[in-house]
Design a protein around this ligand. Sequence first.
Ligand SMILES: *Cc1c(COP(=O)(O)O)cnc(C)c1O
Length: 404
Amino acid sequence: MTAQSPLIEASSPHVMNTYGRLPIALSHGQGCRVWDVNGKSYLDALGGIAVNTLGHNHPKLVPALQDQISKIIHSCNYYHVPNQEVLAKKLVELSGMTNVFFCSTGLEANEAALKLARKFGHDKGIERPEVVVYEKAFHGRSIATLSATGNPKVQAGFGPLVEGFIRVPINSLESLKAATDGNPNVVAVFFEAIQGEGGINPMHLDYLREVRALCNERDWLMMIDEVQCGMGRTGKWFAHQWAGIVPDVMPLAKGLGSGVPVGAVVAGPKAAHIFQPGNHGTTFGGNPLAMRAGVETIRIMEEEGLLDNAANVGAHLSQALADALAAELARGAVREIRGQGLMIGVELAKPCGALVQQCADHGLLISVTADTVIRLVPPLIFTKQDADEVVSILSPLIQQLLQA
Ligand SMILES: *Cc1c(COP(=O)(O)O)cnc(C)c1O
């Protein structure tokens, strides 16, 4: 390696300044470990924000992708892409739904869901369809998805927002009913089964069942954004499956391609045939490289039992954190440790953004979201030893911060 100053390699003066980045540039990874351009190693408890399902340089994924790249990377949707059918059939089997539209990102999947909801309304004569969305929700940063998002910081400066959204608090059937009773224009309820960016806030299983029943009763689409909490992270393929329900529309992305951009909207019978030729499309969606990544990711997850691993290691990590932070939990300085499987939030009683750099200094990658919530969404190959290492680095830093 040439002798370059780390500050030069970890800065990007010609890239738009849209992220508050750490002064770190990663060069390569192996399993749950990554190295920066200066050779420092980190345990990866962020997984590229719940993206690197199989960790880094997975010995089965990499050769499969190399094989695919040498054959064809992109064709286009004027032609059939055989692995679209393979991946769609698999997602349909895993979800109990019926049809899939492929795209490349989370916001794109959510845009498609919102278009489905509006056309669902128009098809039954509703001229101005409205969609119920939630406080603290995050659905992406396009104009429509940022309008659906329940975070004023994401929306600031980008008005006028898209109309046709009704916002309610999570886990309150009463509020949902109060906000919609007597409104004939409601067509869908749209939410994350576990809110990610909003601070790892789970929808209660009872609430999911109640909303399912209400959607049936009122002929609304139940649309569950599983972009972050889906694809095995919670120990089931999709987080809503803990409630034993099936949604009508389910956007996916993040972990679906284990690092290759793959998005999808999975639909059940009520929504599967709303789009007709010409209604929707995207150039990159479902391309051969993306589809191979999706097919292989799921195949490897099944072969390696990664759902069980996410459940077991996640439970171990949550418990170990609760043990290490028992005193802080008791006195309320750590408010709560919550989540499911390998989607864990540790909420402190004060802002903790400084922990991100401090953890990195100690060789651990995490994130902080909603100002006060430490977010752990590591690769699903995470081991109990990895979990113990997280606790041994993170909990003393939390304790230090709380004392400051
Ligand atoms: C990340 C995320 C999105 C947006 O995905 P992008 O790929 O960044 O567009 C949407 N919904 C949820 C729940 C997410 O976590």
